[in-house]
Ligand binder design. Structure first.
Ligand code: ATP
Ligand code: MG
Length: 354
């Protein structure tokens, strides 16, 4: 297949790890007979420096015409003094919004050789493999009104959802479960919130179209506890914006390092933006020691969710797992022993294993 991929390396370690993703994708392309064409554009701090805006029109236009988008990271101390509306992070929020990327997917999977790096007991987290699907463009983050009242002594936020916004994210969860273990856990607070009651109804309705997928409902407080005590219970978790924000950070402690986690932000037609969960890591930028795994696994997600290349995606994941098993560790992992390698060596080891 021939695919047009937009690269938005951004700031800090973003540039270094984007190079790794490109090298890995080229290796996959030659192994499987695909053709990936890369187009690089500016976003975040580098775009502010060059074009005086974190999200140039040219970048938005290119993304709208692409098959998929890979993003490194945005931000850094250089731009910290700018007013909120002009900061690098606005570039990322802006592109998600302008493209309508409503479904945020975060797979949380512990690598066997990294389990001891988690604060949780190895026997509890061993084998856990969870996909958290968070609604990204509605709920408390966007509802109006949001304001101070009564001379600043009272406050209002609004939890608004339209049925169509719930339907599309819940549908995405069932589709995703079919690529995995056919189990959806819907997380809500239906004992208190009206929005959660409508959410449950829609989960039930949608579930009828997927008789092969097992569904259950869990209150968010119970889910927060079970994530830590019995993570193996879960396959796909689907939830609204704020609950998803909290649960996905909580779940990241099931794995060793922030540098390992990928994410995807999708819409229904398959267009997606893929990026590591971590930020621009200004403290290690330019040193060539950043862990490229989160970025490389984000590229694997792109193959799986935007291009339906399941075999290719799984092959990248297997290669990453092999390298970790063989003891290749970037500095963020090297307190765990193993061979200490830089970004390029880690990438080369993964390509060799492909
Ligand atoms: P943001 O606000 O953009 O999410 P953050 O404040 O959460 O950023 P990060 O940039 O993610 O911070 O960095 C947090 C810590 O994790 C830093 O010490 C950084 O060096 C480390 N870190 C982040 N990503 C990586 C990586 N890919 N490899 C190694 N270390 C990393
Ligand atoms: Mg952060």
């Amino acid at each position: 297949m021939n695919k047009q991929i937009i690269l938005l390396p951004g700031d800090g370690v973003g540039k270094e790890i984007m190079e790794s993703a490109k090298v890995v994708l080229n290796a996959v392309a030659s192994e499987f007979g695909h053709r990936f064409t890369f187009h690089q554009h500016a976003i975040g701090g580098e775009a502010i420096d060059a074009y005086d805006t974190p999200l140039p029109e040219d970048t938005v236009k290119a993304c709208k015409g692409a098959d998929a988008i890979l993003l490194g990271a945005v931000g850094g101390p250089k731009w910290d003094a700018l007013p909120a509306a002009k900061r690098p992070e606005k570039g990322l929020l802006g592109i998600r919004k302008q493209l309508g990327l409503f479904a945020n997917l975060r797979p949380i999977k512990g690598f066997n050789s990294m389990l001891h790096a988690s604060p949780l007991k190895e026997e509890v987290i061993a084998g856990s493999d969870i996909l958290i699907i968070r609604e990204l463009t509605s709920g408390l983050y966007f509802g109006e009104p949001r304001e101070r009242r009564e001379n600043g002594n009272a406050v209002v936020d609004t939890l608004y959802y339209h049925r169509s916004e719930m339907e599309r994210i819940i549908e995405k969860a069932f589709e995703s479960a079919r690529l995995r273990d056919n189990h959806v856990t819907s997380v809500d607070k239906a004992n208190v919130l009206e929005s959660s009651r409508m959410w449950r109804e829609i989960v039930e309705e949608t579930g009828k179209k997927y008789p092969d997928v097992k569904v259950d409902h869990m209150l968010v407080d119970a889910a927060a506890m079970k994530l830590i005590t019995q993570p193996n219970y879960f396959d796909v978790i689907v939830t609204e914006n704020l609950f998803g924000d909290i649960l996905s950070d909580e779940a990241s402690v099931l794995t060793g390092s922030l540098g390992m986690l990928p994410s995807a932000s999708l819409r229904s037609d398959g267009l997606g933006l893929y990026e590591p969960v971590h930020g621009s890591a200004p403290d290690i930028a330019g040193l060539g020691i950043a862990n490229p795994v989160g970025m490389i696994l984000s590229a694997a997600m792109m193959l799986r969710y935007s291009f339906q290349m399941e075999e290719e995606a799984a092959e990248i994941e297997r290669a990453v797992n092999d390298c970790l098993d063989q003891g290749y560790h970037t500095a963020d992992l090297s307190s765990n022993g193993g061979m200490k390698v830089g970004t390029k060596e880690m990438t080369a080891a993964i390509v060799d294993s492909l």
